[in-house]
Write a protein that binds this ligand. Structure first.
Ligand code: LMR
Length: 327
């Protein structure tokens, strides 16, 4: 962990020097490339926030884990070293917020429509409430579509996964999902995945197309199976003390900027993932395999016990509530 910048920022925030007299500064840190749904939405939020507050707020976006990696960024937010993040929903478990692992359950969302009804309805709001005791406020759910398996060999049937070392995000559900397939899960920060694949520290991973392409994973993975087995989305979160301390009018303008950005981001997610898939195809280094429905069903059945295994940890009502929406 880069302790010095964290400590310095905490000190500045505590002494009130962080905002002096100039515009209110929002540092928005994230781990993906600028040219991804999240990266582009962060820039869009900057543009709208600065416009709607007539320059009273300035947003600085730090992409590509350039300030902090996965776990560090959540720590940095909690001490107000950065004010805004959009971590994937899979990264809240290590803070004790296991309810967010609902989104990691394999094949739980049969469509975008179901997904949005869960996020934008009572379940999404209940999850956001859990953030507040951890010093965060949830502002929006952003989308990055469904994930696919990749490796340096075809991954089509459960047998293909046997013993394969698969990188996962910091989620116990994702670890269990890989084990259910016979693979060996390895938790790793996003910023380290490309080189871990290159050096053979792990054999494969799971990503939506935009991350697979923008992290140049097509250079180090010969096979991509379009499996759509799991979801990748984000919670846009702000430091609670920072947010509560803003003048009401500014908070309202930023809320409006976030609403507009979210509409933009969700439209973009699908578009960018389609574009990325074409770019992966054009690179000709990765064989792309569209998993037929029957094979997808075999994988789904193999992973389904993970739902029961984590039902109580995540919250029975959350899981059953999602099933009900999916029906
Ligand atoms: C990952 O770690 O694979 C993703 O959460 C990265 C991201 O933010 O899309």
């Amino acid at each position: 962990m880069r302790l010095a910048p964290l400590l310095l920022a905490a000190l500045l925030a505590a002494t009130g020097l962080a905002h002096a007299d100039g515009p209110i500064l929002i540092k928005f840190s994230h781990v993906v490339a600028p040219d991804t749904p999240k990266g582009r939405a962060a820039e869009k939020f900057k543009e709208l926030a600065e416009k709607l507050t007539a320059g009273k707020v300035k947003v600085q976006v730090y992409p590509n884990s350039q300030l902090y990696k996965d776990r560090e960024e959540l720590e940095a937010l909690q001490i107000n070293a950065v004010q805004m993040l959009a971590p994937s929903l899979s990264k809240f478990g290590p803070l004790g917020l296991r309810q967010f692992e609902l989104f990691d359950l394999p094949y739980i969302f049969p469509s975008d429509k179901v997904l949005y009804r869960v996020m934008d309805g009572e379940i999404g709001q209940r999850l956001f409430k859990q953030l507040e005791p951890r010093g965060m406020v949830g502002l929006a759910y952003w989308d990055n579509g469904f994930k696919h398996f990749s490796a340096n060999k075809p991954l089509r049937k459960p047998d293909d996964f046997k013993g394969v070392k698969m990188r996962v995000q910091s989620s116990k559900v994702l670890e269990a999902q890989m084990r259910a397939l016979g693979a060996q899960p390895q938790v790793m920060a996003f910023s380290e995945v490309h080189s871990a694949l290159q050096q053979g520290v792990v054999d494969g991973t799971e990503n939506p197309e935009s991350n697979f392409y923008s992290q140049r994973m097509y250079e180090v993975q010969t096979h991509l199976t379009l499996s759509q087995h799991g979801y990748l989305g984000y919670a846009v979160v702000v430091n609670k003390r920072f947010w509560d301390g803003l003048p009401g009018e500014i908070r309202q303008q930023l809320g409006e900027a976030m609403r507009e950005t979210t509409v933009f981001e969700r439209q973009l997610a699908d578009q960018e993932n389609r574009k990325a898939l074409e770019a992966i195809r054009a690179a000709k280094t990765t064989e792309i395999y569209l998993l037929p429905t029957a094979d997808r069903e075999v994988l789904r059945k193999r992973m389904l016990p993970v739902h029961t295994q984590f039902m109580d940890v995540i919250g029975r009502d959350l899981v059953l509530g999602t099933y009900k929406i999916a029906r």
